[in-house]
Design a protein around this ligand. Structure first.
Ligand code: SF4
Length: 689
């Protein structure tokens, strides 16, 4: 049985074999091109959680989540009760009192249906998803610079063709391990690899130059690179003149960022700045990749824009072996944001406040554009609205905001105020522990659909297993609920393929145009890169070969003035906390903490601290540190490692409850993308005896 791994944006091909003892063996698919016949440890263990004893097998209900036990219910009772409660809440408080919170691991079809359900069945403006915490800064930056947001502007195979690769705030070797062979292939050809990160990671091992940059200083450092490129006349004059706008303003913005000044601000030696600037600009081909390290900040959009500036001024985009990429984290972080799960978007990346876009999508859905609600607010802002009493009910599908949100004591308190919280999931997640209803959804092996990987390749993922227990496929739950809300006529589908065909029509003419894609093509061609506007279009592996997506066809250079993070260190909170992923876990850990083979590699989070800090705090190996911020505290065992910046502490975020680092993180948001500042907050650290 062929399928695709659910645990990251590579979407590697899997082959699942049923063994004699009724267990399953997972092997890499040799025929699917993305992962070059490899799987990482998560892929090899991707089936285990789907068979876990703690899976929810039937709808569960309770009146009072704090005191009452779960009571099993049948689906019909569940649908009628939930629909009645929603109707009652909306008649009292208005349509916008009910919100939907989606996920970045859902298929394109379920993401699309969730957006349609919110706008058509609930007629609420409030939908957003956990991708807000993942790709929103990269998406905003790409839209501003290129007029189009696709994670990679090039196919994965182009990485091997690059002569110079800059990896900024991205730990590919742990988060997307099967991308490493592409980097190794480039190295074999003589490519230089530069990593920019506050930590020495498995990815740093691949680098020729390792820039150990403190969190929050990316814009300063990149301004230094741009300064050298401009001053030494190393930029691509023809490309800058013919394909970009804003160069003069950029030159002014980087004027003051001499390598000496960069050293004064960051400690990075001037020769390092000069060497990287010259090397990247003079290389024939080159790629810049960023990820959450630079994006999950209140200056995340600016940071990303500056790395894009680097690609643009050197003319390294729109050609083979060149490009910019924001490495998508979640399994369908790309497709999940293209078709209507975001607060301000309709399918195909259409903006919900654009009258032409509203008319097009309303026509496909068979409604009047006047009945479409307007723009909602971002994921964390929905939680603030719950706290303010403006949102009274929420449906959460495939997401665990109690673990994944910043400042999660506040999030938990807010969700406890809801009159109705419905969670659709495979397990009783930390969020489901606060819910009135827990509905058993499908695993990645039980629901057919499409996913879009980090390079913009749309792939078909078949159904491998039947429904688990009395669970229902996610798309059917949405359609059933719509029916019980009296909107069933808009949710009549014979199959999930019919949902995809409608999605394609809704996306036609939009930026993420899927209208030339079909299940048949996806199966035959092993994926199709969007945009693909017609059935005879081959798809678009390499973007921007002759024009960008702004109306004038030009890319926009953006001058960046570096700003401080929302929270700076003080005498009381003298260290910087940063968070991230581990190779053996995925997101809030709901699936991977239930996978023994993965969990035993990292059963608890460790606080990574530098030997200098360990000595200062008198903390030895196997001892614990207490981290305190303005929002909360956490006590963790330490990992003493000289690969981290001395004043920076790293903690992975895959755990809930007392082990959740998001008790401490800052909920300040980027003003443009509304991305929380997961990567920087000021903490105190002390030995915990
Ligand atoms: S690289 Fe990603 S998609 Fe591939 S096996 Fe690992 S977790 Fe799964």
């Amino acid at each position: 049985m062929h399928t695709h791994c659910c645990f990251c944006s590579m979407q590697c091909g899997l082959v699942i074999e049923n063994k004699d003892d009724d267990t399953y063996k997972v092997k890499p698919s040799k025929s699917f091109p993305v992962a070059t016949g490899r799987l990482c440890q998560k892929g090899l263990n991707a089936v285990t959680h789907t068979q876990h004893d703690s899976r929810i097998t039937r709808p569960l209900q309770r009146e009072n989540p704090e005191d009452d036990p779960w009571m099993p219910r049948d689906w019909n009772h569940a649908m009628i009760s939930i629909a009645e409660r929603i109707t009652s809440i909306q008649s009292k408080y208005g349509h916008d009192a009910v919100a939907v919170y989606g996920g970045g691991s859902l298929t394109n079809e379920v993401s699309y249906l969730l957006g349609k359900f919110t706008r058509v069945a609930l007629q609420s403006r409030h939908i957003d998803y956990n991708g807000r915490y993942c790709m929103s800064s990269a998406a905003t930056a790409a839209n501003q610079a290129f007029g189009l947001d696709r994670g990679f502007t090039f196919p994965l195979s182009d990485i091997s063709k690059a002569d110079y690769i800059i990896l900024a705030g991205t730990n590919i070797a742990e988060c997307q391990p099967t991308m490493v062979p592409y980097l190794l292939e480039a190295k074999k050809r003589g490519a230089m690899i530069v990593t920019i990160d506050p930590r020495y990671t498995l990815t740093t091992k691949l680098s020729d130059i390792d820039v150990r940059l403190r969190p929050g200083f990316d814009a300063v450092f990149v301004n230094g690179l741009l300064h050298v490129i401009v001053k030494e006349n190393l930029y691509d004059h023809t490309f800058v003149q013919q394909r970009t706008q804003g160069f003069e303003s950029l030159v002014d913005a980087v004027e003051a960022y001499t390598p000496d000044r960069v050293e004064a601000l960051t400690g990075i030696l001037p020769e390092v700045t000069r060497t990287i600037a010259r090397g990247f600009a003079q290389a024939k081909t080159g790629i810049v990749l960023t990820a959450r390290g630079v994006e999950q900040q209140t200056n995340g959009v600016d940071n990303t824009l500056n790395y894009i500036n680097l690609s643009l001024v050197t003319g390294k985009i729109g050609k083979n072996g060149c490009g910019f990429g924001a490495v998508t984290g979640q399994g369908n972080g790309q497709g999940g944001r293209e078709h209507g799960q975001k607060a301000d978007q309709l399918p195909g990346y259409r903006l919900i406040d654009d009258p032409t876009a509203r008319q097009h999508v309303a026509d496909v859905w068979g409604i009047s554009p006047d009945d479409l609600p307007g723009k909602g607010v971002s994921a964390y802002e929905m939680i603030e609205k719950i706290d303010q009493g403006k949102i009274k009910a929420m449906i959460v599908l495939g997401s665990n905001p109690v673990v994944s949100s910043p400042n999660n004591h506040f999030v938990k308190q807010a969700l406890q105020k809801l009159d109705l919280l419905v969670v659709i999931d495979m397990f009783e997640t930390e969020t489901a522990q606060l819910a009135h209803w827990l509905l058993p959804g499908s695993s990645f092996l039980e629901g057919e659909g499409t996913m879009t990987n980090l390079e913009g390749r749309v792939i078909h993922r078949p159904q491998v297993f039947g429904e688990y227990g009395d669970s229902m496929q996610d798309y059917q739950i949405i359609c059933q609920l719509a029916k019980h809300l009296g909107k069933g006529q808009y949710f009549q589908y014979d199959s999930i393929e019919a949902v995809f065909d409608e999605l394609c029509r809704a996306s036609a003419g939009g930026k993420a145009d899927y209208s030339g894609i079909s299940y048949d093509r996806l199966k035959k061609e092993k994926g199709v890169y969007w945009p693909c506007p017609s059935r005879d279009h081959a798809g678009s592996p390499l973007l921007f070969t002759d024009r960008f997506y702004h109306s004038d066809g030009m890319a926009k250079l953006t001058p960046i003035t570096p700003k401080k993070p929302a929270e700076v260190t003080t005498r009381a909170f003298p260290y910087v906390l940063t968070t991230g992923r581990l190779a053996s876990h995925y997101l809030s850990g709901v699936q991977t903490r239930r996978t023994a083979q993965l969990n035993r590699k990292a059963p608890v989070p460790l606080a990574e601290i530098h030997p200098w800090l360990a000595k200062k705090l008198k903390i030895g190996k196997d001892q614990k540190v207490k981290l305190t911020s303005l929002r909360g505290e956490i006590t963790l065992q330490v990992k003493i490692h000289n690969g981290i910046h001395p004043r920076t502490i790293f903690v992975p975020f895959h755990w809930g409850g007392a082990l959740s680092i998001n008790q401490v993180t800052n909920d300040a948001l980027d003003p443009q993308s509304r991305m929380p500042e997961f990567k920087i907050c000021a903490v105190n650290a002390e030995r915990a005896d």
